[in-house]
Design a protein around this ligand. Sequence first.
Ligand code: MTE
Ligand code: MO
Length: 428
Amino acid sequence: MPSPTPAGHRHETDYDRRRLRQWLTGEARADGVTRRRLLTLLAATAATTAVGTVLDGTRTAHAAEGPIVKPLPPEWFIQRGTNAETRWEALRGTGHHTPNDLFFVRNHTSTPVLSADDWRLRLWGSGLRGTPGEDRPVEFGYDDLRALPAVTRTAFVECAGNGRSYYTTQQGETVTGTPWTTGAIGVARWRGARLADVLRRAGLSRYAVDVQPRGLDAEYVSGGESLGRVRRPLPLAKALHDVLLAYEMNGERLPADHGHPVRVLVPSWVGIASIKWVGDIEVSAEPLYSPWNTTFYRLFGPAHPDGGSAPLTRQATKSAFELAAGAAFTAGRRHVLHGRSWSGAGGIDRVDVSTDGGSNWRPARLHDRPRADTWTRWSLGWQPDTPGATDLLARATDTAGRTQPDLAVPNAQGYLFDAVVRHPVNVV
Ligand SMILES: Nc1nc2c(c(=O)[nH]1)N[C@H]1C(S)=C(S)[C@@H](COP(=O)(O)O)O[C@H]1N2
Ligand SMILES: [Mo]
């Protein structure tokens, strides 16, 4: 794994300072380190004003200084506004699961730093038995959630806009939104309680149809108007099927940027469904709407129904090489190309790779068995003989029979790009 540069070091200092502040609020454990030692470290950081507010007894959210808390070394991430995209070349050699430090971050606003001790999950709404409404919610604390049967599940979280920039660079389309390449995805081992167990304990009525988790991050302002807190309805069938209220990621406490203390994890669906920093869940006997299943996360444009497609659910099929754009390969030597493919509709059955811009294709060797909700790693030997520029292409077929097309059907907001990506490299 690449090591952070001097620029990354600055982030690490900020990170360290925030970690120490978390320790002060009782959110970090410091086994084998004395309180005096930690207070000395804390005094050595410049964050005296922030520390002051903590010592005042405020144990609720303190805003991080930037939108993202963890360090973002430039070898690992491309910063895109409030978001950070993982560089694919940094995934080389990382194993099936994406390390938490390398996992992409998609924030509508900023990561709130929350304390598990104060956290409550409120369930309310017309879809609960005997709870007239928001005034009589059912509440769960962090320990209540941890006392429920725990489930561990490997799943990707991928932004619906992952690959969006290729609508423009490969297809000449104008689309709105963050111009991700293919790094708005990560795979983790999530551990948590089943949303189904929580809903049943809250007294799910047989009339319930939708549940709507809502984040504790700041209200999202778009075009000068507040759309409220990030929230998106989920049909009850999916909520009861495989959704988790996750409190661990790859065996660690959920990191702040990924939803600490608890996030929703909706396997195979668009990333927006996996609400971070969940604070309440409306359970409704009527279908629910929010900007995140009306204005956003539907397909608009000439190829789609007037008024847009149905709200997006499953992710598309995609592939990526564990390489930087423009990576160099020595002619006359044998190289091994590595990559990963995934789908929201099932596992990956087959991956074909072209090293000559799409004329000839060879099947890649798959390193993971086809499994829904996660990617399959693959490799292929390559001995280029002629120096010059070429494009590498990878085309996956999933177990549902979907094969990546040459062209993705465009939509105004650039969601669900599924076409084969042309990855430029240089043979030298
Ligand atoms: N509360 C809240 N939840 C959220 C978001 C957010 O901004 N606020 N972003 C969503 C989007 S669009 C994506 S793609 C995923 C990203 O998850 P990650 O940041 O853990 O990678 O979180 C989703 N959950
Ligand atoms: Mo997203």
